[in-house]
Design a protein around this ligand. Structure first.
Ligand SMILES: Nc1nc2c(ncn2[C@@H]2O[C@H](COP(=O)(O)OP(=O)(O)OP(=O)(O)O)[C@@H](O)[C@H]2O)c(=O)[nH]1
Ligand SMILES: [Mg+2]
Length: 330
């Protein structure tokens, strides 16, 4: 944000955002993503003011290897939902530099229908920073979208590492997309990810791929069987579908709603969200407390020396901690 930009008027922004104004929503997200300390305080005031309007959306996390069809799926699913009268927000968590300007454009063309849909709002991943920082901003953005009346939030992430945990921790339902691969299905089935999955969906079940997709689904079903499920109220199903033809997309969504009904009835949804909120509080606090390690030049310059001295046995770890904390407190 350029310093010449007008100051944020929280009252006005809150009002316009609650009315579903897209410009206000974009502006609020810019505020959330800003690194300026005064903006951060304004952003916190804004999320607090909107808190009663949040929490109403169906929150779905979507992951899968590059090329599995996440964007195509989101386009097909999202358009089906807006046609049903829902408002759909699409967010992403991608802390890698993979998503440059070019691939945001590529994503928009892969989501051509949604990109031109008045009832859809697409926001790419916050550009840079640590996973913790990027995920925190996406989560705050999700709350803003809910306050603006979006009742389905789809959060996409790439099928690598910690970002999947972060997305599973901010959503109600975690959808893992797979390809109808030949023989390597179980190899691609990373245990950590499958343990997070509320459903595995094998995409591209069209044309020549149908039989292979069904075979892959059967293998996943067998594999899921031996894992203990994430929830006592839900056994993760395995389905096949085609984002290209749209076949199986309504059934896929029906599973999401079925899951929601069951977890609502058992009270698990409320409990899970409560736990998530607390987790997020700690994650944000950690992020904030560690910020000086990334931004304080003196500290950043001193750390390699301190580390080297600790490694060489010249400085006791406890003494090093005292020194670092002393620098933090300056
Ligand atoms: N046959 C077939 N092709 C599909 C289907 N879904 C996606 N594709 C194709 O697969 C390719 C990748 O699709 P994307 O939706 O861009 O995949 P993605 O997972 O978003 O990829 P990244 O964003 O790069 O991680 C494109 O060429 C799509 O047209 C499907 O259901 N059937
Ligand atoms: Mg994509």
């Amino acid at each position: 944000m350029a310093s010449s930009a007008p100051p944020f008027d929280v009252g006005r922004l809150t009002h316009d955002l609650r009315a579903g104004d897209r410009t206000a929503l974009s502006r609020a997200i810019t505020l959330i993503e800003s690194k300026r300390a005064d903006h951060r305080r304004t952003a916190a005031a804004l999320t607090q003011a909107l808190l009663d309007a949040t929490g109403r959306a169906v929150r779905v996390g979507i992951t899968g290897a590059p090329g599995v069809g996440k964007s195509t799926t989101i386009d097909a699913l999202g358009s089906m939902l807006t046609a049903q009268g829902r408002k759909v927000a699409v967010l992403a968590v991608d802390p890698s530099s993979r998503r440059t300007g070019g691939s945001i454009l590529a994503d928009k063309t892969r989501m051509a229908r949604l990109a031109n849909d008045a009832n859809a709002f697409i926001r790419p991943s916050p550009a840079s920073g640590t996973l913790g920082g990027v995920a925190a901003k996406t989560r705050e953005t999700m709350l803003l979208c809910e306050a603006a009346g979006y009742d389905v939030v789809l959060v996409e992430t790439v099928g690598v590492g910690q970002s999947e945990i972060a997305v599973a921790d901010m959503t109600d339902f975690f959808l893992v997309l797979m390809l109808p691969g030949a023989g390597d299905e179980l190899q691609g089935l990373k245990k950590g990810v499958v343990e997070l999955a509320d459903m595995i969906a094998v995409n591209k079940a069209d044309g020549d791929n149908v039989a292979r997709a069904k075979a892959a689904a059967a293998e996943y079903r067998a594999a899921l069987h031996i894992l203990s499920p994430r929830s006592p109220n839900w056994s993760p199903p395995v389905v096949t579908y085609s984002a290209l033809t749209g076949e199986g997309i309504p059934e896929l969504w029906a599973k999401v709603l079925d899951h929601r009904d069951r977890l609502t009835a058992s009270g698990e949804l409320t409990a899970r969200r409560g736990e998530q909120q607390v987790k997020w509080m700690w994650a944000m606090l950690e992020e904030r407390l560690f910020a000086p390690f990334r931004s304080d030049r003196t500290l950043k310059a001193a750390l390699p020396r301190i580390e080297a001295e600790v490694a060489a046995g010249k400085l006791a770890p406890a003494t090093a901690v005292e020194e670092i904390v002393g620098m933090l407190g300056r």
